[in-house]
Design a protein around this ligand. Structure first.
Ligand SMILES: Nc1ncnc2c1ncn2[C@@H]1O[C@H](COP(=O)(O)OP(=O)(O)O)[C@@H](O)[C@H]1O
Ligand SMILES: [Mg+2]
Length: 454
């Protein structure tokens, strides 16, 4: 087979070069040149430019409704994150740190799918024997689950006869002969992924693609895969803890706010359906600096503990370090507390953490962050059966939040005794009045007065 022509293209400015260069001669950026296949098709210089390959443009009313076919994966939490099951013919990227359990999760799903469908596990990282050992350890067995140990994906189509689902483990370990660069380089990753996309769309095969997260925390190479994929999932968790969180960062067929909670056990990965206590610590309420907030992620509401530590700055510039929360939001809330409530955090380092490795992006956590910070600042613990939620504005007022009723219901369910809610959300609270003490909060100052002794 003749070698395809390739060029190296700068990811920043688009400049091309016939060979790899460390520094782009055009924009001067380092390490931006990635190999790409040259498109040999010539654009016509004369003639009919307007002729499209596909048929004519149609008005919306004439477009036939195509039903999205979904297949259950056998793991309810996984289906949930995908938006209600695996969409047939889609490309799903599963990213995560090495050792987090990506291969385990997809082996389990592949084995489940293979009860009714033909599934191919394309293992570029592990030998067939290693995959077999894993299936034995997890107690999975199926004759419809085919395993191949290969690294070149050029011949993939020849083994897809009758296959409906295919797992690629992993995209960084496979390569195509079209490019000369080594497996795992940006060019290879991108080219292999677009080959898989073409196969997925032409044959209707559903691909699950495993991708390792690089040191910087992005899928190699920097976001190059996300636009090709229909769904991008991240599998996260602290390696030493057994809980794992599956998040969607892009989903063409569902809500990205949905998260799945899993537990890594000796028998494999199990979906956690009772997640109520996972994001809370045993010792909550004993020490100052922690408070619980009911957080809405996708369709579900869960109580998450926020912990803070305020300590004296040893060097000139105070540190602000949020884990699972937004940095800019933390800086903004500190400014509000300093200006509106008289706290002096200018010479203190502030560390803040959402328990259990979950990421909270909602504005409704603002008031809880403020409460936890004040608790750490005053050295006064907040009662463990108190929950707080509300958005905080720059003037120090507490704004309405969505799903207020659902959040209070979750607190009631978990046996909380008191919940601080935005005053403007009080209208919807009447039915919970006898079950839990509901404290309306209009300003951050009101929250401080109702939680702490001065
Ligand atoms: N023999 C075993 N018994 C129990 N757990 C194991 C065994 N082998 C691997 N694991 C668990 O599986 C994890 C690796 O999962 P794996 O799916 O291979 O990760 P990834 O594909 O994301 O790199 C390890 O972190 C370990 O906790
Ligand atoms: Mg693996």
């Amino acid at each position: 087979m003749a070698k395809t022509n390739t060029v190296f293209v700068c990811a920043e400015c688009g400049a091309t070069s016939p060979r790899w260069l460390g520094k782009c001669p055009s924009c001067g950026k380092f390490n931006t040149m990635a190999e790409e296949v040259v498109n040999t098709k010539q654009t016509p210089t004369t003639g009919n430019f307007g002729a499209l390959k596909t048929n004519k443009a149609k008005p919306l009313s004439e477009i036939a409704y195509e039903k999205i076919n979904r297949t259950p994966s056998g793991i309810s939490e996984f289906d949930n994150v995908l938006g209600g099951g695996i969409v047939n013919g889609s490309l799903v990227l599963l990213g995560g740190d090495p050792g987090i359990g990506k291969s385990t999760l997809l082996t389990q799903i592949a084995a489940h799918l293979s009860k009714k469908h033909k599934v191919l596990y394309f293992s570029a990282e592990e030998s067939c024997y290693q995959v077999k050992m894993r299936t034995e350890r997890l107690g999975l067995y199926s004759d419809n689950l085919l395993i191949i140990n290969e690294t070149c994906i050029d011949g993939l189509e020849s083994c897809l006869e009758g296959v409906e689902f295919c797992v690629i483990d992993s995209i960084q370990a496979v390569y195509t002969d079209d490019l000369t660069s080594s497996a795992g380089s940006v060019g290879q990753v991108r080219e292999c992924a677009s080959k898989l996309m073409r196969i997925a769309k032409s044959r209707g095969v559903t691909f699950f693609i495993i991708g390792h997260v690089t040191k910087e925390g992005a899928l190699a190479g920097p976001k190059v895969l996300e636009h090709i994929m229909d769904t991008v999932l991240y599998f996260e968790g602290e390696n030493q803890e057994n809980f794992r969180i599956l998040r969607a960062v892009k989903n063409r067929f569902g809500n990205v706010a949905e998260v799945g909670v899993f537990e890594m056990t000796g028998e494999g990965i199990i979906a956690v359906t009772d997640y109520s206590g996972i994001f809370l610590s045993e010792s909550r309420g004993d020490e100052a600096g922690s408070v619980v907030t009911p957080a809405q992620t996708g369709n579900r509401c869960m109580n998450v503990e926020i912990q803070t530590l305020v300590s004296k700055t040893s060097f000139g510039l105070p540190r602000r370090m949020p884990l699972g929360l937004d940095y800019n939001k933390l800086v903004l809330l500190i400014a509000v507390l300093e200006k509106r409530c008289g706290l002096n955090l200018g010479s203190s380092d502030v560390y803040i953490n959402a328990m259990g490795g979950i990421k909270l992006g909602e504005p409704s956590t603002d008031l809880a962050v403020c409460a936890a910070l004040c608790s750490a600042y005053y050295g006064q613990p907040i009662d463990k059966y108190t929950a707080v939620f509300g958005e905080v504005g720059l003037t120090g007022e507490v704004r309405v939040v969505s799903y207020a009723e659902k959040r209070v219901a979750e607190c009631v369910k978990m046996g909380f005794k008191r919940v601080l809610v935005p005053a403007k959300n009080m209208k919807s609270m009447t039915k919970y009045m006898d079950k839990i003490s509901i404290v309306p909060i209009l300003y951050v100052n009101t929250m401080i007065k109702s939680l702490f002794k001065n």
